[in-house]
Design a protein around this ligand. Structure first.
Ligand SMILES: N[C@@H](CCC(=O)N[C@@H](CS)C(=O)NCC(=O)O)C(=O)O
Length: 200
């Protein structure tokens, strides 16, 4: 199995964590986004939209972090990354979609700002984005009422958030101290071996 990825990319990390959780070994192929390698004609044969991550499993190529993890779940079902019952499976997918479309974009904004020299950063945009992240985690706080993980048991929904949780610390984004459910969940996720393995 070959994973085409860029180590700091949040969507690449999502797939790396899923591979680690499933105990699947892979060859790492780094596509350097800072050098625009994702737009190289050779790479566009792997990923037609020129993004990371993409996966080549013995000649079968699949891209998009969400679709890759669903493929891994179908092809390598143990250990499962989705709960057994339909309602929690649907909830896991909804929370992953929430992370992909409503949470991760705020982190992408922060990543872009932090790539700039400090004097060129837009302080107002950074403050606004931190506020947006705070509001996004208020949704998670409510969702985690009476459960340890987003879909009950640990799932691909929690995995989707793990790369973003690592960035909270890096970008010094404070979370509301009243978010007790989020704080306990973050500690649970940080304790996983897959989290530690992707912190370098
Ligand atoms: N929906 C896609 C989004 C992939 C994506 O946005 N990848 C970013 C890195 S996290 C990327 O390749 N950006 C470079 C570009 O779009 O040119 C997924 O989940 O894999």
């Amino acid at each position: 199995m070959k994973l085409y990825h860029f180590p700091p990319s949040t969507n690449s990390l999502k797939v790396r964590i899923a591979l680690l959780e499933k105990g699947l070994e892979f060859e790492s192929v780094v596509i350097d986004l800072t050098k625009k390698e994702q737009k190289d004609p050779e790479y566009l044969k792997i990923h037609p939209f020129g993004q990371v991550p993409a996966l080549d499993d013995d000649g079968f190529v699949v891209y998009d972090s969400t679709v890759i993890i669903e493929y891994l779940e179908d092809e390598y079902p143990h250990p499962p990354l989705l709960p057994a019952d339909s309602e929690n499976r649907a909830h896991a997918r909804l929370m992953e979609d929430y992370r992909d479309n409503h949470v991760n974009p705020h982190f992408v904004t922060l990543i872009h700002e932090h790539r700039k020299p400090e004097e060129d950063r837009d302080a107002a945009l950074i403050r606004e984005t931190q506020g947006n992240i705070g509001s996004a985690f208020a949704v998670i706080e409510r969702d985690l009422q009476d459960k340890e993980y987003l879909a009950g048991s640990f799932s691909l929904a929690d995995i989707a958030f793990m790369p973003n949780i690592a960035l909270l610390e890096r970008f010094q984004v404070p979370l509301d101290p009243d978010f007790k459910n989020v704080a306990a969940w973050v500690e649970r996720l940080r304790a996983r071996a897959s989290y530690a393995a992707t912190q370098n």
